[in-house]
Structure formats: C-alpha cells, structure tokens
Design a protein around this ligand. Structure first.
Ligand code: PDD
Length: 298
C-alpha cells in the first residue's frame, strides 16, 4: 500500500476549504491543471490566529486584494464572505492559536502561458495549522541567527506570489548555515528583507531602520502595523535601505512577519549583534505592536 502523504497524518479533524467545500485536510485537492501548480500563477496570505481571531485581518485582506489586482485578478469572493469562510475554517479546525493560509490561483485550465480572457474560476484554498508556540517563545527569548544570502528574486517582490523558489532556496541555505532566517542582500550590498520576513535594525542612536517600500520587498502587514505602533509610541523610525555593514554594527536587529512579530536577531553570519541577546527596543516594539494588534503580550 502506498504511504499516504504526510499532511494527511496531521492531527485528526484538520479541515481545509477548497472552492466552496470544507474537507478533511488529507483529502482536499486541486486539479493537476491548476495554474499555480503549472505556472506559479497565484498569490497567498498568511494571518496569525490568536484566541480564534485572525490578527491584522483587514490589512491582510487589503494586501490580498492588491496582490490580485497586480496580476490582473479580482477577489474570488467579497471581503465579508471571505471573513466568514476564515472564521468557519478556524472554528472547524478548533485551533485557538495558529496560522491561517489563504491561496488564490487563477484556476484550472489547459496549460498556456497566457491566461484565458474569461479566465477559469479562480481556486481559493484556506488551510490552518497550529503554531509552534514553544518554538516561538524560545526564539523570542533567545533570539535567532540569520545568514545572508544573495537576493536572486524577480522585480516584483511586492506581490505576495506563491512562486517562492528563491525564498526557499535562501532559507534552506540559511538552515544549512545554522541560521533560522536568511537576510537577502541586493546587488549593491543592501539588505532587502528576510526570505519570509521583513528586516529591521536599531542603530547606535536608537533609531529603528527598515527598508522603504518598493518593488524590492513585500509590504509586510506586521511591518505596517508596527510602524503605526512605533509612531504612536513616539519612537525614532526611518524607512530607508541599510547595508549589511550597518546591520553588523547595529545595536539591535529583528524580523517581523505574521508568524512572529519582532523576533530578535542576535547574530548575522556568525557575528554577534549588540550584546548577543534580545534588546530592550525590540521588546518595546513587540509590546507596542501587540497592544495595537490586540494581542496579549504577557
Ligand atoms: N511571509 N517578506 C516576505 C518575503 C514574506 O514572505 C513575509 C511573510 C513578510 C512579512 O509579511 P507579513 O508581516 O505580512 O507576514 C515579509 C509569510 C508569513 C510566509 O510566507 O509564511
């Protein structure tokens, strides 16, 4: 007997949503002609779920709409309906704290690079899984190491596409180097972002620096809410690109994403950052963000 795909060995009761149907996770599937599989023709979102509530929900849906618009697609359903599906997936999975994944692809149709004019029905997939709370707590407490990797991605990194090959190769190389995340370095020696996170440093004066928005990085939702929270907390923040040498000389560094807001970076390419332990400003920023996002940060 062929062994079943490992995701089907997920905790019993895990439920996925695919095109209008709620199915056991191991049985949910899309067609082999789906354009995401054949051409990488799709986008995605990830939201943190705490206490059964999606965090920063509106901002994620806004970005989802934007990613779709940039590839010439509309939302597969209205925002209110989608929110109901999100809640239904969370409820059916009975996972209070986890990660909710949404993928929209251009749908299943005979393979051709050019999408058909009256495209097929888009594919909408929602899945959920528990968050590794112990792992995250340990990263928050001890900090993480990052490894720098060349940024070999395309010219539209602002679109949250499912085409993640360069990201995963960078992350794989980082893991092989003993690091948790890769920081991607552009051709001019500037840090763009992490393979799946935004990158931040704090300089000697206590100014927080993160790269300005452009086609070179993903407009992180956590980044956005964090910037709002820092402005409210009257912290000194600058959105500009920074070099690897600036990062190495930083007082503190951290990463942000829906899967972990303000996770301290204590080493880059084996070199200690600041005191080599999570810094006070990173902690403060996490607290400000958590308060704004409605997360209990105790
Ligand atoms: N990654 N930059 C990249 C390249 C990302 O893939 C992500 C998110 C971020 C942070 O964005 P946000 O704060 O909206 O999560 C920045 C998700 C979590 C992932 O791929 O799993």
């Amino acid at each position: 007997m062929t062994k079943k795909w490992s995701a089907s060995r997920a905790p019993a009761g895990r439920i996925a949503y695919v095109n209008g149907r709620y199915l056991p996770h191991g049985e949910a599937a899309v067609h082999i002609e789906d354009r995401a599989l054949q051409l990488g023709d799709g986008i995605y979102e990830v939201t943190n779920v705490i206490n059964f509530q999606p965090i920063d929900e509106e901002a994620h849906l806004e970005r989802m709409e934007r990613s779709l618009r940039e590839i010439g697609m509309a939302m597969p359903m209205g925002r209110a309906a989608l929110k109901l599906v999100m809640r239904e997936v969370i409820a059916r999975n009975r996972i209070p704290n986890g990660l909710l994944y949404l993928q929209v692809t251009r749908g299943a149709v005979r393979r051709d690079h050019v999408p058909p004019k009256d495209g097929p029905r888009p594919t909408l997939i929602l899945t959920m899984r528990a968050q590794d709370m112990a792992g995250l707590a340990s990263r928050m407490q001890k900090g993480i190491a990052v490894s720098t990797q060349p940024d070999i991605r395309w010219g539209r990194c602002d679109i949250k596409t499912v085409q993640l090959l360069p990201n995963l190769l960078a992350k794989q190389a980082a893991k092989a180097a003993g690091a948790f995340e890769a920081w991607l370095i552009d051709a001019d020696g500037y840090v763009t972002e992490g393979a799946s996170t935004n990158a931040w440093i704090v300089d000697a004066d206590g100014t927080v620096i993160t790269r300005d928005l452009s086609n070179a990085i993903l407009p992180g939702v956590t980044r956005r809410i964090m910037l709002e929270a820092m402005a409210e907390g009257q912290m000194k923040v600058v959105e500009r690109k920074f070099t690897l040498s600036e990062a190495l000389a930083a007082r503190e560094a951290f990463i942000s994403s829906a899967t972990g807001a303000a996770v301290p970076v204590v080493a880059i390419d084996g070199k200690t950052i600041g005191q080599g332990v999570p810094g006070p400003l990173t902690r403060r920023i996490y607290g400000l963000y958590a308060a704004r996002a409605g997360i209990n940060s105790d």
